[in-house]
Design a protein around this ligand. Structure first.
Ligand code: SAM
Length: 261
């Protein structure tokens, strides 16, 4: 059933545990009429049951050798729309007419999961929700709270846009070939309205990036190029704290003080 070689460069670890597959499908609970896109369908472990359930599905797959057998497997199951493309460069907005929203799912290739999530955040306004299988450590970082070791740039940028819900862990034995790491399934729900809105998103993102580029330094030191001593006086946040001690809201506050509307 499996190809002799799973391509390492495409992060291929195929799900074969039927209970886990069913659990993911149940968590996604796709409904007929919803627009769902799967990233990296591979051999169709999630594709087939979802297609059967809702009748039509878009998939984005980079490995052209996997596409003909996938199409054959799905032939009688529903309408599969295959996009042979790199998900990192894919225009997700092109899938839906304006006003319609998208549900995104995927057992993601772990080697590109972080840049892929950042790419998807560009489409947060058209995404209803996302369900991903990721390296457990990445899910811990996405969901991490201030003051913890896992808390960092990924936590802040994700939690700025989305409600993050860690669903369940999956052992390496559920995949072929088994990855060297444990995995987790996460649900990400973009906020309809962002409660602490950054007036200048690029500046906010730059501030977070700079703060965490020197995790051991105080904010005053790591943000030297972006926040002057005079400016710190106008901000009600202690500049001697370390970057992991600030909430998402704190970073938005700093950015908005420096770059007013
Ligand atoms: N969904 C299948 C499953 O659960 O068994 C396969 C999951 S496997 C971890 C990751 C899949 O993503 C593979 O099919 C791989 O070829 C595909 N992939 C890797 N990089 C990709 C990229 N940049 N764009 C789209 N698909 C990619």
């Amino acid at each position: 059933m499996y190809p002799p070689i799973a391509r390492k460069r495409f992060g291929q670890h195929f799900l074969h545990d039927k209970q886990i597959i069913q659990r993911i499908v149940d968590m996604v609970a796709p409904q007929t009429g919803q627009h769902v896109v799967e990233i990296g369908p591979g051999q169709g472990a999630l594709t087939v049951p979802i297609l059967k359930q809702i009748g039509t599905l878009d998939v984005v797959e980079i490995d052209r050798d996997l596409i003909p057998p996938l199409k054959m497997r799905c032939a009688e199951k529903g309408h599969l729309i295959v996009h042979e493309a790199d998900a990192l460069e894919f225009d997700f907005a092109g899938l839906v007419p304006s006003g319609e929203s998208l549900r995104v799912i995927g057992n993601l290739p772990y080697n590109i999961s972080t840049p892929l999530i950042f790419h998807l955040l560009d489409y947060a306004n058209i995404i209803l929700d996302m369900h991903f299988m990721l390296q457990k450590e990445v899910v811990e970082r996405l969901a991490a709270q201030p003051g913890t070791e896992a808390y960092g740039r990924l936590s802040i940028m994700m939690q700025y846009h989305c409600h993050v819900i860690s669903l369940f862990n999956v052992s390496a034995a559920a995949f072929y070939p088994p990855p060297k790491v444990e995995s987790s399934v996460v649900r990400l729900i973009p906020y309809k309205e962002i409660s602490h809105f950054a007036h200048h998103y690029k500046h906010f993102a730059l501030l977070v990036r700079e703060a965490f580029s020197h995790r051991r330094k105080t904010l005053r030191n790591s943000l030297k190029g972006l926040v002057s001593d005079v400016e710190w006086k106008k901000i009600e946040i202690d500049s001697h704290l370390r970057p992991e001690q600030l909430s998402v809201e704190d970073y938005v506050t700093i950015s908005n003080r420096l770059q007013p509307k």
